[in-house]
Ligand binder design. Structure first.
Ligand code: UDP
Length: 239
């Protein structure tokens, strides 16, 4: 992408779905170990890393509610699932010798600390990776929106949205051979295009808070560090 490594602090959005590896549910240990290694390598570049972790590998509110549970309850289950993923990632990081802290949108003192800006700033300044669980703490939102919200709250310079594809495409590159990858899009273009890579609330909040979002593929080992060093492939949604 040719962008210089200008970021001091970023939020990496990691989908829960990716943590399941080739399975459809749960956590694939080699996958989470590899991602932990990539996060450590990225933080060794001197960039402060906050990670917003999704929960789609365990529960998604919409799916749970289609089976008869109320949507807010299903969403609460989804948000709790994100905390489980944070705990798994915290242990994977710890096994590799990296200190991290899970901060949750919910009060759960026996499990982890509550997210506050103060705690986030303190742990980042100590060189720890912070793992932000529990989504926004509200139903009807997503962890993509959470990533933008937390980035704005903690003064991050960008959201790194890790997905299965290396950017935003004009159509689904898996099914449409003519699909073209965008190098750069404005927030308004991303919203108008209705691209499925991120939900509209997330793009709208990023526009409101002037936060760049970089969409890139996590499937490529080392891709977080590559994006931060300006050598990665992705789409920048900004301006
Ligand atoms: N969720 C929510 N509010 C939030 C964030 C997440 O209700 O602020 C719920 C929602 O049910 C969602 C689930 O948590 O389906 C898991 O999050 P998400 O789908 O964003 O995870 P991902 O797709 O990244 O794995």
């Amino acid at each position: 992408m040719g962008e210089p490594p200008v970021y001091r602090r970023v939020v990496v959005k990691l989908s829960g779905e990716y943590l399941a590896g080739s399975q459809s549910f749960g956590i694939d240990q080699p996958t989470i170990d590899r991602i932990a290694g990539d996060l450590i390598a990225a933080s060794e570049l001197g960039v402060e890393i906050a990670v917003v972790v999704g929960g789609g590998n365990i529960f998604r509110g919409v799916e749970v509610s289609s089976r008869g549970v109320s949507r807010p309850t299903g969403d609460t289950m989804g948000m709790l699932a994100t905390v489980m993923n944070c705990l798994a990632l915290e242990s994977a990081l710890s096994r590799k010798g990296k200190s991290s802290r899970t901060l949750s949108a919910f009060v759960m003192p026996q499990v982890c600390e509550l997210f506050t800006r103060g705690a986030a700033h303190r742990y980042l300044a100590e060189g720890k990776i912070i793992l932000l669980g529990g989504g926004t703490g509200n139903p009807f939102f997503t962890t993509d929106t959470t990533a933008v919200l937390r980035a704005a709250e903690i003064g991050a310079q960008a959201v790194l949205k890790a997905t299965n594809v290396d950017g935003v495409y004009s159509a689904d590159p898996k099914t449409d051979k003519t699909a073209k990858r965008f190098e750069r899009l404005s927030h308004s273009q991303a919203l108008a295009g209705g691209y499925k890579v991120m939900d509209a609330t997330a793009f709208a909040l990023a526009r409101e808070t002037s936060l760049p979002i970089i969409v890139f593929s996590i499937a490529e080992p080392g891709s977080i560090g590559a994006i931060l060093s300006g050598n990665g492939t992705g789409t920048i949604v900004a301006g």
